[in-house]
Structure formats: structure tokens, C-alpha cells
Design a protein around this ligand. Structure first.
Ligand code: DAH
Length: 344
């Protein structure tokens, strides 16, 4: 038995020596140290041995197993090291290869314009407000002096969700909401940017969804000249100090008197060209003095308080400022268009 064990040891150690892969080593391990291996087999025959021989052979069998296991472990570490070495060599990175350029994004032109306008008005002390895009008929129309059946409702073709709920057609309801949230004596000075919706057929100058920025200032003794001063400061900072503004009489149900503001045409300097359709002026926004009914419905006494309001479309402002010729460019998100406006 002793000889058989020693023979098995020799055999196993030789196979460990020869093994050239981790898998090969595992096979040797199963073959010699497994439950069905020859050493176990030998141990099963121990019953036939004398009392004195048994511990000697038992010890020897353990030593043999131990030495084989040890050899396998040492060899396994060596093989694994060699495999890792080989892998590292094969996968080495050539750090001298030029890198592929990474595309860096930037703010959308519309986002930049809205932020620029916000900054201008924040600089003049206005707060930024927000309102819901799904609006009640009351705030979208009635609170703005547009009762049910008023013909001026047709100016803004609407998407109704229910009889009383619609996608807001303008940001003007935020005027009524902001005033309504106060107690009728606090001044208001806010602008509100946001998405608005109209049942329009999309073309180069119309979109069923677009952006507006509303402005509202309510206090004691607010006059038309205040509106003109604020809008003049805005226009000059936005389009250049050399641009002139003019206010033309207009009509909006929520302002009285109402105006539309034009700026002098940059292309022809006011002489008249195809961009300004020969007039020398380009329309950029609507506004006016807040209608007494609107003030009253929102809890302000029109005898004591007055205000001005205005609304503009940042898409139109960006189109004029950068010469963008189609409003759909803002929404189709072609990177070739957008990346021209990324600021460095
Ligand atoms: N809400 C108007 C529109 O969408 C724009 C507007 C005009 C807003 C005059 C105003 C305003 O606040 O005073 O056509």
C-alpha cells in the first residue's frame, strides 16, 4: 500500500508539472484528489491492515494528498500569472493614437433667448413666474375681459380638453393668477415665460405650440410712459443701442389702450426693404395698460391701481435677431441648425 501511494504521488506530481492550462490542472485535481480517485480507493482498503499499520498508512495518504494539492496550487498561481501577462500584452493600448473628437452639446437657441430675456428683466427688478399649460377657461379668457361668446376669442383658436379646460392660448392667464394670489394692495412686477398652444396649421411663421413671455407691472400711478421706457430698454439691450422703437395703437381685450411695438429694421436701417416689407419697421410684441376690468376681477381697485402688460414670442425675437427664416427650425432639432448657436 505504501508503494502504491508513493507511485500515485509520483504520477500526480508529474502530471501537475506537465499541465499547461488551468483547466488541465483542474482535471488532474479531480483525477487524483476526487472522491472516485485512486487515493480514496487505496484508503478504502485500509480495513485489511493491522492496527499498527493503519495510522502509518493513514498519515502517509494524508501527506500524499497534501503534497499533490500543494503542487496544484503553486502551479495554478503560476499559470494564472502567465495567462494574465499574455492578456495584458495582447490588450495593450496604443496611447499615441489620436483621440476621436467628442461632440459637446449646448443650450438650445430658444432656451438661450428665453434666459437672455429673463436676465434683462431680472435686471430691471422683475420676478419670474409660472402658470399651468392646461388652463381653465376662466383664467385663459374670462379673467382677461374675454367673457364667453366674446368675438375676440376667435383671435386665438384653442385646443379644448373639456368645456372648461383648454391648453392655454397665451401666457396672459398668469397675469390674472399672479394678481389674484395677492391681496389687492401689493405691487406686482413679473414676467412669465412658457409654452402656449393654438389650433394653427404649422408653416414657416406658425406653430401649434410655441413660446411666449408675458410681462406685468401693477402699482399706483403706473403710466404708458413706464411701459414705453421698459420696452425701449429691453429692445436696445436685446437688438442693439442703435435700434429705435415705436408704439402703434392696437387692440387687445385685456389692455386699454393697447399697442403694438415695432423696432426699426436692422437690414435697411429704417429706409424700407423686403425684410420689413418696405415699412422700415418690424413688429415684435403687443402690450398696453391693464384693462380696469382685469384689475378689478383680480381684486385690485382700478381707481387706485394701474398697470401695464406685454406679451412677446421669443421664437420671433430669435428669428429677428439671428435671421432664422422658419419657426419649425426650433422644434425639429436638426443639430446642424442648433450647433450654429452654441456659444463658445
Ligand atoms: N396675449 C396676447 C397674445 O397672445 C399678447 C399680449 C398682448 C399680451 C398684449 C399682453 C398684452 O400682456 O398686454 O396675442
Amino acid at each position: 500500500m505504501k508503494e502504491r501511494l508513493e507511485e500515485l504521488q509520483q504520477e500526480a506530481l508529474a502530471k501537475v508539472e506537465q499541465a499547461d492550462s488551468v483547466q488541465g490542472l483542474k482535471d488532474v485535481k479531480v483525477e487524483y484528489l476526487g472522491k472516485k480517485g485512486p487515493i480514496t480507493e487505496v484508503l478504502r482498503g485500509m480495513g485489511k491492515l493491522s492496527k499498527e499499520e493503519r495510522p502509518v498508512i493513514g498519515q502517509l495518504a494524508n501527506d500524499v494528498r497534501e503534497s499533490i494539492a500543494q503542487a496544484i496550487e503553486t502551479k495554478q498561481t503560476a499559470l494564472e500569472d502567465a495567462e494574465l501577462e499574455k492578456q495584458l500584452e495582447e490588450e495593450s493600448i496604443d496611447v499615441t493614437l489620436p483621440a476621436r473628437p467628442v461632440k459637446v452639446g449646448g443650450p438650445h437657441l430658444l432656451t438661450s433667448i428665453v434666459e437672455e430675456i429673463e436676465d434683462l428683466f431680472i435686471g430691471m427688478g422683475f420676478e419670474i413666474k409660472e402658470g399651468p399649460e392646461v388652463e381653465t377657461d376662466y383664467y385663459n379668457f374670462e379673467a382677461l375681459n374675454l367673457p364667453k361668446g366674446h368675438p375676440a376669442r376667435d383671435m386665438q383658436d384653442s385646443f379644448y380638453v373639456t368645456e372648461e379646460l383648454l391648453m392655454r392660448t397665451h401666457t396672459s392667464p398668469v397675469q390674472a393668477r399672479t394678481m389674484g394670489a395677492k391681496d389687492g394692495s401689493e405691487p406686482v412686477k413679473m414676467i412669465c415665460p412658457g409654452k402656449v398652444y393654438r389650433r394653427d396649421t404649422d408653416d414657416a411663421t406658425h406653430s401649434h405650440q410655441f413660446t411666449q413671455i408675458e410681462g406685468l407691472l401693477v402699482d399706483k400711478n403706473v403710466r404708458m410712459s413706464d411701459l414705453k421706457g421698459v420696452l425701449n430698454a429691453f429692445a436696445k439691450q436685446m437688438f442693439g443701442a442703435d435700434r429705435e422703437i415705436r408704439l402703434r395703437p392696437s387692440f387687445f381685450p385685456f389692455t386699454e389702450p393697447s399697442v403694438e411695438m415695432d423696432i426699426s429694421c436692422k437690414v435697411c436701417g429704417g429706409k424700407g426693404c423686403s425684410v420689413c416689407k418696405g415699412t422700415g419697421w418690424i413688429e415684435i410684441l403687443g402690450g398696453g395698460m391693464v384693462h380696469p376690468n382685469v384689475l378689478e376681477m383680480a381684486g385690485y381697485d382700478p381707481k387706485e391701481y394701474s398697470g401695464f402688460a406685454f406679451g412677446m414670442g421669443p421664437e420671433r425675437i430669435a428669428m429677428l435677431k439671428y435671421g432664422v427664416d422658419d419657426i419649425r427650425h426650433f422644434y425639429t432639432n436638426d443639430v446642424r441648425f442648433l450647433e450654429q448657436y452654441h456659444k463658445a
